[in-house]
Ligand binder design. Structure first.
Ligand SMILES: C[S@@+](CC[C@H](N)C(=O)[O-])C[C@H]1O[C@@H](n2cnc3c(N)ncnc32)[C@H](O)[C@@H]1O
Length: 232
């Protein structure tokens, strides 16, 4: 599947991709759960968008992948693999799109969720979605930042960095170096890489993942990495 360009019938190519990697029954069940989640939260995060359909003003656009919302089913599995409670933790979504992962993180109990997204149209929709749910999550602070994630100064308060296949290998490598440099002497943080097509790049920087969540066909849905603190 081409992660950068949208095909003529994007819903069909996603359906076929999912059936191939998860099987027909799991694909139908997941689709139903995602639709129910949108209704339950009263948000709208569906609909693919390729970078060339969006007004993005930075050179990182070249390496950017399609917008697609996170699956709540995979998100929950990823969170279950983290060995701590979230009520005093800060979550950062790299390429936050329409805000779905941020809202799921609020639902999981994070005290603060931060999104950085370079497409203004998607970020505007994220604002609308968050406005709709923020009263449900009074203990969570929401912060949206518009801009290139590769130029973004990652706040030291961050504990968990989430990325759902936002960009190509080159950009994943740059992000890995940035994360390593930011937290080298600070603290141990966790990186959750969903649909980890360039997992090998993070392995070069952080070593082997501390856990991998696979789908029914044995294909990794999530790879979780942790940073090491120098002098630990
Ligand atoms: C697969 S979508 C995931 C959206 C969201 N994180 C979620 O899970 O629902 C990847 C997102 O990354 C964004 N993106 C890609 N490269 C980026 C960059 N360099 N800086 C900021 N956002 C980027 C895309 O516009 C897209 O919204």
């Amino acid at each position: 599947m081409d992660f950068k360009r949208k095909g003529k019938l994007p819903w069909l190519s996603h359906l076929l991709y999912s059936v191939k990697h998860r099987g027909l029954m799991n694909t139908c069940l997941m689709g139903l759960k995602e639709w129910q989640k949108e209704r339950e939260l009263g948000i709208n995060t569906f609909g693919d968008k390729a970078a060339n359909e969006l007004s993005i003003e930075c050179s990182s656009k070249e390496g950017g992948h399609l917008y697609q919302p996170s699956s709540s089913v995979i998100f929950e599995k990823a969170m279950n693999s983290l060995p701590f409670n979230f009520s005093d933790k800060v979550f950062l979504d790299i390429g936050s799109g329409k805000g779905r992962a941020l809202i799921l993180a609020a639902e999981a109990g994070f005290k603060k969720v931060i999104g950085v997204e370079y497409a203004a149209e998607l970020n505007d929709i994220a604002h609308t979605n968050i406005e709709k749910v923020k009263d449900r999550f009074p203990n969570t602070e929401f912060v949206l930042s518009e801009g290139d994630a590769l130029q973004y100064d990652i706040p030291e308060e961050v504990d968990v960095i989430y990325l759902f296949n936002p960009f190509d290998e080159h950009a994943v490598r740059n992000l890995g170096h940035k994360v390593k440099a930011t937290f080298a002497t600070q603290k141990k943080i966790h990186l959750i890489y969903v649909h980890p097509v360039h997992s090998n790049v993070f392995e070069e920087t952080f070593g082997m993942p501390i856990s991998v969540v696979k789908n029914g066909k044995g294909i990794p849905d999530v790879a979780v990495f942790s940073t090491r603190v120098i002098d630990e």
